[in-house]
Design a protein around this ligand. Structure first.
Ligand code: CA
Length: 225
């Protein structure tokens, strides 16, 4: 893959140049957000690794602009801050994933693999269950005629539900499928995000297609018949 790294710390740039090269990836680098945005506009980039703390335009701002131009491009954020608000902001701003510094190269590689898998599965097009429809390429979602704005993680969560209609999905299944690695199984992140998603999917009568299966997890209702 051709990976763009936007990072101002030479030590991390060198580490990734060696590490990603050894895994057969081609690395392009930019040391500030303006250059990074320009290089990401190049259609040949498959994935962006974006540092949050950059001189000039910071990583959050780069991410917002990048999302407007190339919504389908997978973006992995690097963050030095391990606090929940900045993580949630990062994901809500459209990052597909994030990694907190310092990190192990193997962990970065695992996340790159997960993101490229998701991108490849995304070539499959449109999923429709009942009146909920997902366009995986354009990353857009609708209930009936109404388009629903979803953050990257909410989209991934809805996609997982819609690939398993009518099945009871446990919290740990969801955590593994949508968050993929090393998340604290005691975390309530699944419940929080299912709550966000259900609110967004609610119709005028207050109904949404996800139901809680007490003590177990959740189910996306298959259409009747
Ligand atoms: Ca930095």
């Amino acid at each position: 893959m051709r990976i763009l790294l936007v990072e101002d710390e030479p030590r991390i740039v060198r580490l990734l140049e060696r590490g990603l090269g050894a895994h057969g990836h081609q690395l392009e680098t930019a040391s500030d957000g303006t250059d990074g945005l320009e290089m990401a506009d190049d259609g040949g980039i498959d994935l962006v690794i974006l540092d949050i703390g950059l001189p000039g335009m910071d990583g959050q701002e780069v991410l917002r602009r990048l999302r407007a131009r190339r919504p389908e491009l997978p973006v992995l954020m690097l963050t030095a801050r391990d606090d929940v608000p900045s993580t949630v902001q990062t994901l809500d701003a459209g990052a597909d994933d994030y990694l907190t510094k310092p990190f192990a190269l193997e962990e970065l590689m695992a996340r790159i693999r997960a993101l490229s898998r998701r991108r490849d599965q995304g070539q499959a097009a449109v999923i429709e269950v009942g009146d909920t429809r997902l366009d995986l390429l354009a990353r857009r979602a609708w209930r009936g005629e109404r388009e629903i704005e979803l953050a990257a993680r909410e989209f991934a969560l809805l996609e997982y539900f819609m690939r398993h209609p009518g099945q009871v999905l446990t919290r740990s299944q969801i955590l593994e499928a949508v968050w993929e690695y090393g998340y604290d199984p005691g975390s309530n992140v699944v419940d929080v995000y299912v709550g966000y998603l259900r609110r967004k999917l609610r119709d005028k009568a207050g109904r949404d297609p996800i139901s809680t299966v007490r003590g177990t997890g959740y189910r996306f209702e298959a259409p009747p018949g």
